[in-house]
Design a protein around this ligand. Structure first.
Ligand SMILES: Nc1ncnc2c1ncn2[C@@H]1O[C@H](COP(=O)(O)OP(=O)(O)OP(=O)(O)O)[C@@H](O)[C@H]1O
Ligand SMILES: [Mg+2]
Length: 162
């Protein structure tokens, strides 16, 4: 069996389809990313429109976070990958900015470092994904990985092989 590069726990040689996009963390790319991922996700025919809307919302929350929180100067790099493995969609959003010192605290409902915001982004992302992983190395950036299948089939699924 051949082994190729991996993304989101998947061997890219064996997945159905994948795409990686890089763009600056600027507000106009929130909508771009939403639409791009919705278009990719709709290749999974059995996703309902509501599930595609869930994916769009997760993507906009994650990309908005890169715009708002990652970089002191506008326009730092964001890398967005979407992987289709059968009926399972994995979306990975990475930035290379200041990072998060305490990810568990950041994910808590209503936690925010910006008094003008609600602190509900991660809570929404978690609710709308079958699985959400957030990891960060302070000073190096944040990686958000969401997994979703039609009708929650990816929920509580086994860990992707290492
Ligand atoms: N990409 C990121 N880089 C650095 N810090 C981040 C990043 N994403 C989130 N954070 C930190 O985690 C906190 C919580 O994020 P979350 O999205 O839950 O809420 P928020 O963005 O503050 O508010 P809301 O999403 O409701 O507008 C943020 O206030 C910020 O401190
Ligand atoms: Mg947010």
């Amino acid at each position: 069996m051949r082994h190729g590069p991996r993304l989101g726990g998947c061997d890219l040689m064996s997945v159905t389809n994948y795409v990686t996009l890089e763009f600056p963390a600027v507000p106009e790319n929130v909508e771009f990313a939403r639409v791009a991922v919705a278009c990719f996700a709709s290749q999974i025919n059995s996703f309902t429109l509501e599930e595609i809307d869930d994916v769009k919302l997760v993507v906009s929350e994650a990309i908005s976070n890169t715009v708002l929180h990652s970089y002191d100067v506008s326009g730092g790099l964001v890398r967005l990958s979407a992987v289709r493995n059968g009926d399972t969609l994995t979306v990975i959003i990475e930035d290379f900015g200041k990072g998060i010192a305490d990810v568990d605290q950041a994910k808590a409902p209503a936690f925010t470092t910006d008094p003008d915001r609600m602190g509900m982004g991660f809570t929404i992302m978690e609710a709308l994904s079958d699985e959400l992983r957030v990891s960060s190395v302070p000073g190096k950036g944040v990686k958000v990985e969401m997994r979703k299948s039609p009708h929650g089939a990816a929920k509580d699924s086994d860990e992707p092989e290492a």
